[in-house]
Design a protein around this ligand. Structure first.
Ligand code: 3PG
Ligand code: MG
Length: 417
């Protein structure tokens, strides 16, 4: 990587202003916000430990949720400070704000190797607006800037981009953290010249969300396997009946063009031959939005037309077996997006079969498997196979944009080596 990393920087006695992605899922339990998945915090520990060992004075900044410029108590980073303290095994000071006197006081009191976490930076609208004056305020406590927030690197915000510019302008160094470095290595360098066969598995709801990734990976992959609701738009484009399935009627041409490009480039482009469908029926329970919670009846597998009253929810058994066989022959695997509604056990089999095949290809056949964040990571963890793959990204939107070939503003702002 051509960017400076924390390995290259002398931080002894310096205030290291470090952006992390601690946008973790929280749930309210007995009036307290509890972290339900601390992966994003755990993944920053190597960077933190290295900087602590080097004698830096760490000031961490992060966002949580989308409070839109207001102090939302449910989006406070305080529970994250507690968790970090526990994981790090040393005190983590918490500042009730991300700019201002209190922050400056805490920063001034830090000794070498000590850590503080600042309150949610999105309590200020200026963060998302990448307001230059706000970036200056953040940078008041920054001798060195470190970005380890790969998951937020696709955002050009004050704490991910603006503050780096301020520090660099003063002649300060801006370095990537170890997590950032790993993410860029696996999602970037490792896929530049992949060992073949290179199999790409793409799922998720929409063709429109994934078309840029499909387009780019068609240039590199040997096989692309399509699953998830996205597959129903392809079916529709082929003139098949899709019933009540989630489709994007205005993306049919896009879908057909992707298939045509695959043919031209001699990429094996696979669509599900069978799908699991069900008839959705409203129950008398209401969800948080006041809409009826749905139940699903008449669950069946179809190869052809999806009945008018039914909706597709997963790839079928035959497709899962076929995809698994292809995956088991791969040397490089990239997976982004589940094969169906895996959160519901009745529709999880297809996604689980793919997860199992990816794990087996990695463990038994030495394939390199890279999981592009978001729901595919959730699916692997649900199948208890998260530790059986080569790499799981901590980014959702960021990994998708990076795989599309976009330059991430949070990366671009870092100092070159
Ligand atoms: C994420 O969880 O995807 C990142 O933390 C970015 O959050 P955002 O989508 O609210 O910008
Ligand atoms: Mg997001």
């Amino acid at each position: 990587m051509a960017k400076l990393t924390v390995r290259d920087v002398d931080v002894k006695g310096k205030r290291v202003f470090m952006r992390v992605d601690y946008n973790v899922p929280l749930e309210e339990k007995n009036g307290k916000m509890v972290i339900t998945d601390a992966t994003r915090i755990v993944e920053t520990l190597p960077t933190l430990k290295l900087l602590i060992q080097k004698g830096g004075r760490l000031i961490l900044t992060a966002h949580l949720g989308r409070p839109k410029g207001k102090r939302e108590a449910s989006m406070s980073l305080r529970p994250v400070a507690d968790k970090l303290q526990e994981l790090l095994g040393q005190p983590v000071a918490f500042a009730d704000d991300c700019i201002g006197e209190q922050v400056e006081k805490i920063a001034a009191g830090l000794k070498d190797g000590e850590v503080a976490l600042l309150e949610n930076v999105r309590y200020y609208n200026e963060e998302e607006a990448n307001d230059p004056a706000f970036a200056e305020k953040l940078a008041k406590v920054a001798d060195v800037y470190v970005n380890d927030a790969f998951g937020a690197a696709h955002r050009a915000h004050a704490s991910t981009e603006g503050v780096a510019r301020v520090v660099a302008k003063r002649g300060g160094q801006c370095a990537a953290g170890l997590l950032m470095e790993r993410e860029l290595k696996f999602l970037g360098d490792e896929l530049e010249k992949p060992a073949r066969p290179f199999v790409v598995i793409l799922g998720g709801a929409k063709v429109s969300d994934k078309i840029k990734v499909i387009d780019r990976l068609l240039e590199k992959a040997d096989t692309i396997l399509i699953g998830g609701a996205m597959a129903y738009t392809f079916r529709l484009a082929h003139g098949q009946k899709v019933g009540k399935s989630l489709v994007e009627p205005d993306r049919q041409e896009m879908a057909l063009a992707a298939e045509a490009k695959a043919k031209q480039l001699k990429v094996n482009f696979e669509l599900p031959s069978d799908v699991v469908v069900a008839k959705p029926v409203p129950t008398d329970k209401l969800n948080k939005k006041g809409k009826p919670v749905m139940d699903f009846v008449n669950i069946q597998t179809v190869t052809d037309a999806i009945p008018d009253d039914s909706e597709g929810f997963s790839i079928g058994e035959q497709t899962a077996a076929h995809y698994a066989q292809i995956i088991l022959g791969a040397k490089t695997i990239l997976w982004n997006g589940p094969m169906g509604m895996f959160e519901d056990a009745r529709f999880a089999a297809g996604t689980n079969a793919v997860a199992k095949a990816v794990a087996e290809a990695t463990q038994k056949h030495g394939a390199k498997s890279i999981i592009g964040g978001g729901d595919s990571v959730k699916a692997l963890n649900q199948a208890k196979l998260g530790d059986q793959v080569s790499f799981m990204s901590t980014g959702g939107g960021a990994s998708l944009e990076f795989l599309e070939g976009a330059v991430l503003p949070g990366v671009a702002a870092l100092s070159d080596k």
